[in-house]
Write a protein of this length. Structure first.
Length: 604
């Protein structure tokens, strides 16, 4: 979700190296940045909101020749992007500094405990509990032992680095889910969240695994588990160039973002369920607010609109609350009638979509409660809405949305389950199954090699139709948008049952059809529609629930395993995205930056 860089040497100058490493991590997206150096008199610290240019303007007075330091580019999760909330964070004495990626779930409990013991906090972040815990556990005397004790108190998915001015010859690194890698040099070693931060200095690296703690010193790297038992991690040689490393070794950001979705889903779901129930407060609402909802009006644009259609189906089926979904650019000009008890919900990846923001303002003028589902903390839509829930998808670089879309689906699923619960229709089975999706998503992505060959065939066409029923129809709409965006192939999505009302006239030998069949209740109907187009010579690509694969007569089969049809959309989106990606690659298009499109649509 942000960038980490660390440097520790026998001698040398940590400051310029860390700043340069942070610049190499800018692609990740961030809203603030900072650097801390461990010198004998205490921690030298500079940090600021904004881009690295702003940081560069204030670090001129920092000490030079200090051989130990850490840096960070932050993408806000807890607390708005401010100077105070920027990393690194320090303890009360100013001798300990930490940087952190991920989320500390129990930070409020820890913060209260530490404040009662006299610790003074300077930020709204979850991160700041770490240096204060380290201070409490005697890091000034033994940083390693303090980290071991403190880590046992932390809950969540995270990675952090810690330094102390009384021991300026080491960085202690901890990984719990969020990535950390160590670069191996001579008389100097490096730590970062991505190889690209140190590839200008070394190609030798060690990748930390979940549960690892590393003590990184100029001539030595010691890796243990949290109990102190030594672990051997074999170094590897990185043969990527720096530009590739910025994409994690993937050819395109879009492919990287598709492949990291299972991990991102874990971040999105983290802390939002407890037992068999959704934690309503983690959705930015209260149970009382949910009980008052009689109708929901979703406003969104593009991919977010398609996520809204899936949310509509889930909320109506599970909670029996009516939901309307409107294209924001249309809704704002329709003089809409909003009835009392309606929650107006804006769905937006960037939180800056101009038409969607205008809808929120319109709703507020009519006295309606507003609710934002966004990815970007501190965005305008988040600030302007009465309540907000974040997807925690992390920065998305490719213009065509992938992980932002599927995390929107997950949050909408959580909302549907929470509404169902407070309205007397609990589904504990679905709550439990929802938590299996990250693992199932990883399994699906591990079996996607054949899609590249399928895409070679699809890329030769100028037109393609996407069909499905129910939730699958909403997915079909997103699938056709993806292939339009990046492959520049004309595509249309249809409710499969509508084919016979005109569209069948366009089906002839070789017409490409992408069919989605995951809805158990309408599977037989969807199969009949596939037979209809096959009878007219269509060539069919199909994303099919594994249990149905022997019954679906298609030319190109992509089976996926789903725990329940209501949870299929996020999983089925993965092969849809891969099919669009590889088709665009085969067409020779600029996958990450398609023509005429921008990541955040801030104009009407």
């Amino acid at each position: 979700m942000c960038g980490i860089v660390g440097f520790v040497g026998k001698e040398g100058d940590a400051l310029p190296f860390i700043f340069d490493g942070l610049k190499r991590l800018e692609y990740r997206g961030y809203d603030s940045a900072g650097i801390a150096l461990a010198e004998a008199g205490g921690i030298a610290l500079k940090k600021t909101r904004g881009k690295l240019e702003a940081l560069g303007q204030i670090i001129g007075g920092m000490p030079r020749g200090v051989p130990c330091g850490i840096g960070h580019t932050r993408w806000a999760t807890h607390g708005r992007p401010t100077d105070e909330n920027a990393h690194p964070h320090t303890d009360c004495s100013g001798t300990i500094a930490t940087v952190h990626n991920g989320i500390i779930e129990n930070f409020q409990e820890l913060k209260q405990e530490l404040e009662e013991k006299g610790h003074r906090f300077a930020s709204d972040t979850d991160t700041e509990v770490i240096p204060h815990l380290l201070e409490e556990y005697g890091a000034q005397q033994d940083l390693v032992k303090a980290v071991q004790r403190a880590e046992k108190r932390l809950s969540g998915a995270y990675a952090f680095l810690a330094i102390c001015s009384t021991q300026p010859d080491k960085i202690v690194a901890v990984r719990r889910s969020s990535p950390l890698v160590i670069g191996l040099g001579e008389g100097v070693n490096y730590v970062a969240s991505d190889f690209s931060a140190f590839l200008s200095a070394t190609r030798q690296a060690v990748v930390l695994e979940n549960g690892d703690m590393a003590v990184v010193e100029p001539d030595n790297v010691t890796i243990t588990d949290m109990a102190g038992t030594a672990i051997v991690r074999q170094p590897l040689t990185i043969d990527w160039d720096i530009r590739q490393a910025e994409r994690g070794g993937y050819a395109h950001f879009m492919l990287k973002e598709i492949m990291e979705q299972p991990d991102v889903w874990g971040d999105c779901l983290l802390g939002r369920t407890e037992g068999d129930r959704v934690v309503v407060e983690e959705l930015g609402l209260t149970e009382t607010q949910l009980e008052q909802v009689r109708r929901i009006q979703v406003v969104a644009a593009g991919t977010a609109y398609h996520a809204g259609l899936i949310g509509k189906a889930l909320i109506e089926r599970l909670a029996r609350i009516p939901v309307d979904v409107a294209v924001a650019s249309e809704f704002r000009y329709q003089d809409p009638v909003l009835q009392r008890g309606t929650l107006v919900m804006a769905v937006s990846q960037s939180g800056e979509t101009a038409d969607t923001l205008a809808c929120i303002n319109l709703a507020r003028q009519q006295g309606m409660p507003t609710y934002a589902l966004v990815n970007t903390v501190g965005s305008t839509i988040a600030r302007e809405s009465d309540a907000v829930v974040y997807t925690h998808a992390g920065p998305e670089i490719a213009v065509a949305s992938t992980k932002a879309y599927t995390t929107q689906i997950l949050v909408l699923t959580l909302l549907a389950l929470a509404l169902a619960d407070v309205h007397g229709r609990p589904r504990p089975d679905l709550v439990r199954s929802l938590l299996t999706l990250p693992k199932m998503g990883a399994d699906i992505l591990a079996e996607m090699e054949h899609i590249e060959d399928m895409a070679s065939r699809l890329s030769t066409n100028r037109d393609v139709f996407y069909i499905g029923r129910g939730l699958d129809y909403a997915l079909a709409m997103e699938g056709q948008l993806k292939i339009k965006e990046i492959a520049y192939i004309h595509a249309e999505a249809y409710a499969a049952g509508e084919l016979k009302h005109g569209t069948l006239a366009l089906i002839e030998d070789g017409t490409p059809i992408v069919a989605i069949v995951t809805e158990d209740s309408v599977a037989e109907k969807s199969i009949s529609n596939i037979l209809e187009v096959k009878a007219r010579g269509a060539e069919v690509w199909a994303i099919v629930d594994d249990r149905l694969k022997t019954r679906v007569p298609v030319d190109h089969l992509i089976p996926i395993r789903v725990p329940n049809a209501l949870l299929a959309p996020a999983l089925a989106a993965l092969p849809l995205q891969m099919l669009a990606y590889w088709t665009a690659v085969k067409c020779g298009q600029d996958v990450d930056q398609p023509r005429n499109l921008a990541k955040s649509v801030t104009v009407e």
